[in-house]
Write a protein that binds this ligand. Structure first.
Ligand SMILES: NC(=O)c1ccc[n+]([C@@H]2O[C@H](COP(=O)([O-])OP(=O)(O)OC[C@H]3O[C@@H](n4cnc5c(N)ncnc54)[C@H](O)[C@@H]3O)[C@@H](O)[C@H]2O)c1
Length: 467
């Protein structure tokens, strides 16, 4: 493991100077170099000083990746739960790093963490309602914010992310790991190499049976529950909306150059009736028809479907489906004038006119005898370079790339590849779908979060094998 760590850092050292210039020139939307940063302050050997706010399940999986690097130090951690702090300190000790300072004891203890000088970037993995507030406070304190998904819950929060970034010059990165999934990046590569021709339509979604996450243990949620059942379930009670759009929309937004030559214009949303959660409680061994939770009226429709129009004339259908029994799927489809792909973990198919047998799908995983498959042929340069290293980093390897992009952006003081504008535009799907459903599926309009900059901004996500 140690030699791999060295090799990895070496590869970065070799390319970082060259690519700093390249990345700066290509970063069309944001400030190339953020002036308000405290990078390097207090760092003995120019390691990137990372802090964590929220070290539950997700925070610790980021930590696990960060601790494999030798270009970082973890200077501070914060959580309101002492068990989470203890587990985190244990991981840091085991990895051979110095003990960071811990902040706990109140919901705003993170503000004391942010007051420290020896922090360059903060990874925020708390419940949704805290994301924007913590990202905004981090930027104001001069620290890069790496914020988990979704980044915002309301339109006002979406604007807060953008406005604070513009006022402080300190970037925020939405840590959307699915943008880095191997098959997603191969399809992005195909799009960029014009395999599908001009894009016309996309589909995506978050179709994940979360009933065992929303209730844990048994049919319990709220303060007596574990992990996400403590907070996530509450959103199904109070909101009828696409509550979690970014795993699906992030990848499609990159393929359609959203905020960089294109933008989301409007959305209409539809919700089904809400039956899944009640049914789960009634039929669960720990629940039953007499259980107090069986009488709850859940607001979240079991399947919420939003249709987005883009400035360049594409449509995108985004699905949110978390209350019913079903296998996991993000439901990707990308369609252009020359062909189409329909893919996920369990099926990956493609049809390209002139190449595929007429009216027949090809399997993207398997090539003809002796020739590479579609996925091998279009494997993204980042995966070719770091694929072996990324294995085991979480979620099939993609988590390595999102954490790497965050650390590299902080280190080089550049705007990250997924920035405040992306965080705002993608997260806005939640409040806009909520309003559309509440108004009888009426169209809602995305504000131009970039204030016109999308018209000349150039794509900057994963343009090469750098980060
Ligand atoms: N990208 C992914 O694949 C992925 C996967 C899982 C979770 N997530 C996201 O990560 C975030 C965290 O999810 P999780 O599964 O780790 O949830 P979790 O409940 O396990 O952890 C959240 C942690 O935040 C802490 N916390 C709550 N309020 C706080 C405050 N005011 N100050 C400091 N700490 C506070 C909690 O004590 C807990 O330890 C969520 O936004 C979730 O949607 C993303």
């Amino acid at each position: 493991m140690h030699s791999m760590k060295k090799e990895f850092t070496q590869a970065h050292t070799d390319v970082s100077r060259r690519n700093f210039i390249k990345t700066s020139a290509l970063t069309g939307l944001g400030l190339a170099v953020a002036p308000g940063l405290s990078f390097g302050k207090g760092s003995k050997d120019d390691k990137v000083q990372i802090a964590f706010i929220g070290v539950g399940g997700r925070g610790r999986s980021h930590l696990n990746n960060i601790l494999k690097r030798d270009d970082i130090i973890v200077t501070a951690i914060c959580d309101i739960d002492q068990t989470a702090i203890d587990k985190t300190l244990n991981m840091i000790k085991k990895a051979g790093f110095k003990k960071p300072e811990s902040f706990s004891g109140s919901k705003t203890a993170y503000l004391d963490l942010l007051a420290r000088e020896d922090i360059d970037g903060v990874i925020i993995a708390t419940p949704w309602v805290w994301h924007t507030k913590m990202a905004v406070d981090s930027m104001k304190a001069g620290k890069y914010a790496g914020v988990e998904v979704s980044a915002a819950n309301t339109m006002a929060e979406c604007w807060d992310l953008v406005n604070t970034y513009e006022e402080t010059g300190v970037p925020t990165m939405i840590l959307e790991n699915v943008c880095y999934r191997r098959d997603v990046m191969a399809v992005l590569n195909m799009v960029r190499q014009d395999v599908f021709g001009e894009l016309i339509h996309g589909r995506c979604g978050y179709r994940h049976d979360l009933r065992g996450v929303k209730f844990n243990p048994g049919v319990t949620f709220g303060k007596d529950a574990n992990s996400e059942a403590r907070w996530r379930t509450q959103h199904s009670l109070g909101r009828n909306a696409d509550l979690y759009p970014t795993h699906g929309i992030g990848p499609i937004a990159n393929m359609m150059n959203i905020n960089r030559g294109n933008r989301f214009l409007s959305l209409t949303a539809h919700a089904t009736k809400a039956r899944g959660l009640k049914d789960y409680i009634v039929n669960h061994a720990a629940g039953g028809p007499e259980h107090p939770n069986a009488n709850i009226n859940w607001k979240l429709g079991d399947v919420v479907t939003s249709t987005i129009n883009t400035a360049n004339g594409e449509t995108i259908i985004v699905t949110h489906d978390t209350n019913l029994p079903r296998p996991y799927s993000l439901n990707f489809e990308v369609q252009g004038v020359k062909g189409i792909t329909d893919f996920d973990y369990d099926h990956r198919r493609i049809y390209v006119e002139g190449t595929s047998k007429a009216h027949s799908w090809e399997n993207m995983n398997k090539g003809e005898e002796g020739s590479p498959s579609w996925l091998e042929k279009y494997d993204h340069p980042l995966w070719k370079k770091y694929g072996d290293y990324a294995e085991g980093s979480g979620h099939g390897g993609m988590d390595f790339f999102v954490d790497n992009a965050f650390v590299e952006s902080v280190k080089r003081k550049v705007n990250p590849p997924l920035d405040a504008y992306d965080a705002a535009a993608w997260s806005a799907i939640s409040p806009l779908s909520e309003r559309s459903i509440a108004e009888g599926n009426a169209p809602q309009y995305f504000p131009d979060f970039t204030r016109g900059k999308w018209m000349w901004a150039k794509p900057n996500f994963a343009l090469d094998d750098d980060y």
